[in-house]
Design a protein around this ligand. Sequence first.
Ligand SMILES: [Zn+2]
Length: 104
Amino acid sequence: MHIPFAIPGCRIERVVEQDPDRLVVPMRRRGASGRCPDCGGTGRSVHSRYHRHPADLPLSASRTVLRIEVRRFSCFNPSCHRRTFAESPSELLSRRARRTRRLA
Ligand SMILES: [Zn+2]
């Protein structure tokens, strides 16, 4: 299924129909690196990955949930106290949000 809208900064992999009234859109952030929120350094080494599942705008009258793969990068700056940090899809949703900004 083609999704008829873009998600800022992200690549959509495919749309999965979980049940008749719910669509799940797996996606991941574009780019090969993240920026450490403390020192501003660039992290390219992926430490781990996890998923967030915010609700998004309905598509064809179906509830839509994004399945965003979030990468946690290592910060190797010796003067930075942070060892790892997660990339932030901040244009799409705020920290800990369960709904995208455009749905909220
Ligand atoms: Zn850092």
